[in-house]
Design a binder for this molecule. Structure first.
Ligand code: FES
Ligand SMILES: [Fe+2]
Length: 373
C-alpha cells in the first residue's frame, strides 16, 4: 500500500485557498459516538485486546535506542514491554517479566550490557536468551534454552520501533503506508510522562481537529495559528491533520515548487490507535496515549530534534518545546473537563461535526476493528 498523503506544495496550496475562501476541509457527514463507549469497561477491554494488542504500533522512536544495549521499558496496552537494541544492532522487544517469577527486568530507559533481575539475579543477554541462573543446581532439569525472555514481534521502520503484541505475523509491510518521519540525524532530546484523568479517546480527539484553536488556545496557539483552517487526510487507519501558521501567507510570493514549509505549518500524524506525531520547525514530538483505565491515560512524549548538536539549535529546540508545552496543558485541561462531562449524563452521544473528520475516521476504524474481534 502506498502513502496517499499530499506533497508539501499541494498542502500549502490547499491552505492558501482555504484562507481566501474562509473555509476548511470538511468530512462526509456528522458522526455520533455513544458516550457509553468512553465509560464502559467492556468497551475499554475490547479496545485493548482488539485494537491495541493486535496492531503493530510505534513503541518508541528508534532514536530512543541509539546504541547497543539501550532500552526503553514501559507498559504498552497495559502490558510491560521492553525494547532493546542487541549487539547485532537489531531492535527487539520482549514481555518485560523475568522467566523465574515475573519481576520486571528494568523500568524507564537506559543502557545495559545484560539484563539482570533484581529479585534473584537471573541474567539475560541483550537478545533475550537466559545466560545465567545463580546456584543453578536448585533448578534441576531447567532448560535454559526455553527460558529466555518472551519475545513479541518488533521491527523498525522510518525511525520508529514498532511492536505487535498479539499478532505475531505482523511485518513492516503492514505499516508501509506510514511515511518515514525520522531520518538517522534525529536524536532524542527529552522524554516526559504525564497522567491525565480522561479516557484515552478523549485525549486523542484533542489532537485531531483545529476547530478549538481560538477558544482553547487563545493566548498560546491562536496568536500565531489559524482557527479552523486545516487540511485533513487519511492513510489506512491513520490520519494527518495540518495546522497552518499565520506566516504561511509569506509563501504566496514564493513559486509553488520552491515553497519550504518548516515553521509554516504543523502536521499531526495520528498513527492508529494511540500515537500522535507532531512536526515543528526545530523538533518533532511523538506522544503515546497509554490507556491506564477507562478514565485515566498516561501521556509519554518523546521530543526529537535534528538540531541539538549546536548550542543555538538546542536553544531553538527548548523554545519550540515551551511553545508546545503551554498549548498542550490547555488540551489536557479540556480533556479532563470533557471526561467530567461524561458523569453529567447530559449527552447520550458526542456529536462530531464536519470539521472533525479525522475523529470520525478514528472512531469508524476503531469500531470496525472491535466489531471484527
Ligand atoms: S524473579 Fe527474576 S530472578 Fe527470580
Ligand atoms: Fe489543542
Amino acid at each position: 500500500m502506498k502513502t496517499h498523503l499530499a506533497d508539501e506544495p499541494s498542502v500549502v496550496d490547499r491552505i492558501l485557498k482555504h484562507i481566501d475562501a474562509k473555509s476548511t476541509d470538511l468530512s462526509d457527514g456528522v458522526w455520533l459516538e455513544p458516550v457509553e463507549h468512553y465509560l464502559s469497561r467492556e468497551r475499554f477491554s475490547a479496545e485493548i485486546n482488539g485494537a491495541f494488542r493486535r496492531t503493530p504500533t510505534p513503541f518508541c522512536p528508534s532514536a530512543a535506542l541509539p546504541d547497543v544495549g539501550c532500552y526503553v521499558a514501559r507498559d504498552a496496552a497495559r502490558t510491560p514491554i521492553i525494547a532493546i537494541r542487541g549487539s547485532d544492532g537489531v531492535a527487539r522487544a520482549f514481555r518485560n517479566a523475568c522467566r523465574h517469577r515475573g519481576v520486571q527486568l528494568v523500568d524507564g530507559a537506559g543502557c545495559k550490557k545484560a539484563l539482570t533481575c533484581r529479585y534473584h539475579g537471573w541474567t539475560y543477554g541483550l537478545d533475550g536468551h537466559l545466560r545465567g541462573v545463580p546456584d543453578e543446581y536448585g533448578f534441576p532439569g531447567l532448560d535454559k534454552a526455553f527460558h529466555g525472555l518472551t519475545p513479541v514481534t518488533c521491527f523498525e521502520q522510518g525511525g520508529l520501533v514498532f511492536v505487535s503484541q498479539d499478532n505475531a505475523a505482523a511485518t513492516p509491510a503492514d505499516v508501509s503506508d506510514i511515511p518515514a518521519l525520522f531520518g538517522a540525524d534525529w536524536k532524542l532530546y527529552t522524554t516526559v510522562e504525564q497522567e491525565v484523568a480522561a479516557n484515552w479517546k478523549i485525549v486523542a480527539e484533542g489532537f485531531l481537529e483545529g476547530y478549538h484553536i481560538r477558544s482553547t488556545h487563545q493566548d498560546t496557539f491562536y496568536p500565531v495559528q489559524y482557527d479552523n483552517i486545516n487540511v485533513i487526510e487519511s492513510f489506512g487507519r491513520n490520519s494527518r491533520i495540518t495546522f497552518p501558521y499565520r506566516r504561511i501567507e509569506k509563501l504566496r510570493k514564493v513559486p509553488p515548487a520552491e515553497r519550504k514549509t518548516a515553521g509554516m505549518l504543523t502536521h499531526v500524524y495520528h498513527l492508529f490507535p494511540n500515537i500522535m506525531i507532531s512536526t515543528f520547525s526545530t523538533n518533532m514530538l511523538m506522544t503515546v496515549l497509554e490507556p491506564l483505565a477507562a478514565d485515566r491515560t498516561r501521556l509519554i512524549t518523546y521530543t526529537l530534534s535534528n538540531q541539538i548538536e549546536a548550542a543555538e539549535g538546542r536553544a531553538a529546540v527548548a523554545q519550540g518545546r515551551d511553545f508546545v508545552t503551554a498549548g498542550a496543558a490547555e488540551d489536557r485541561e479540556m480533556a479532563c473537563a470533557a471526561q467530567r462531562g461524561l458523569a453529567s449524563r447530559a449527552n447520550a452521544h458526542f456529536t462530531f461535526g464536519l470539521f472533525e473528520g479525522a475523529i470520525k475516521h478514528f472512531h469508524r476504524n476503531l469500531s470496525a476493528v472491535i466489531d471484527k474481534t
